[in-house]
Write a protein that binds this ligand. Structure first.
Ligand SMILES: Nc1ncnc2c1ncn2[C@@H]1O[C@H](COP(=O)(O)OP(=O)(O)OP(=O)(O)O)[C@@H](O)[C@H]1O
Length: 262
């Protein structure tokens, strides 16, 4: 799905990404964890072909940049982010928003068939969102909006689905509801490979087999989730005394003492 070899990206005299080598295999759902400014968005921009490596090589879905039509490639990648949410029309109804995902457009400009609406309803059903289908986007809660954006991304049958901090702004119940939905989605044999991006370890579900720890534009460590989410690794990664407790196959962090970094 993704194969990066020694990828670096430079802006001015700063290396924003430095020597990233990272592979994501099909159906190997994974998490990208990093603090603010660690380079997560830059990495996602690169996967989507909006920026190119200064050094190194990147292949996405078997395509090498430079030899592929990036607009076509992007149709196979669903990217759900808060900036997308701001672009949608508040007065549009949910079915239309989901259907528009097929054309990767804001609003609907292409001809829509009855099958498109059928497919949108199927996806809404699969995600437990059928009760929202007649509503307008404006009236939805933040958690419902996120679920609809995921439904919209699935409408294009992407091979790769990037969920970029989807739990931002959600209360604990809405967060758990959304995470439950994502977990169920991964059980569907037709689900795309998911890359889940977050600052928060608690959101890393057991369905994410691997975790990439990104720090200051470099891979700090990468590997199986259980091996990454330990007290030792998290303390070294965050450079703070962190205790990890595993409950219901998820890692919960607490700070052994408050460390103020300047
Ligand atoms: N086009 C650019 N020109 C110069 N610096 C940039 C550019 N894009 C990103 N940066 C810098 O690179 C660093 C990484 O930014 P990036 O947005 O990728 O981090 P992030 O991990 O997504 O952060 P956050 O979690 O806060 O969204 C930051 O210091 C940022 O200021």
């Amino acid at each position: 799905m993704i194969d990066m070899k020694n990828v670096s990206w430079q802006r001015g005299d700063q290396w924003i990404l430095n020597n990233i080598s990272w592979q994501v295999k099909e159906k190997e759902h994974c998490c990208l964890l990093g603090l603010n400014g660690s380079g997560k968005t830059t990495l996602l921009n690169m996967i989507n072909g909006y920026i190119w490596p200064t050094k190194g090589e990147i292949q996405v879905l078997g395509n090498t940049f430079g030899q592929v039509n990036l607009r076509e490639l992007r149709k196979s990648i669903g990217w759900v982010s808060s900036s997308l949410q701001q672009q949608l029309r508040e007065d549009e109804n949910i079915q239309d928003i989901v259907v528009s995902g097929k054309f990767a457009s804001i609003g609907i400009y292409d001809k829509i068939s009855a099958e498109d609406y059928e497919r949108a309803n199927e996806i809404l059903n699969m995600l437990g969102c059928e009760y929202l289908s007649e509503k307008s986007y404006r009236t939805l809660s933040q958690g419902e909006k996120q679920r609809i954006l995921i439904a919209r991304a699935l409408m294009a049958n992407p091979k790769l689905l990037i969920l970029d901090e989807p739990c931002t702004g959600l209360d604990i119940l809405a967060r758990e509801h959304l995470l439950q939905m994502i977990s169920s989605l991964t059980e569907n044999p037709e689900a795309p490979t998911i890359i889940y991006v977050t600052h928060h370890v608690e959101e890393i579900l057991p369905c994410f087999q691997k975790v990439l720890l990104l720090r200051k534009g470099e891979i700090y460590k990468e590997g199986l989730t259980g091996q990454m989410l330990t007290s030792d690794t998290m303390s070294e990664f965050f450079q703070a005394p962190i205790h990890v407790e595993i409950k219901k196959e998820r890692a919960w962090l607490s700070l052994n003492e408050v460390v103020i970094q300047h």
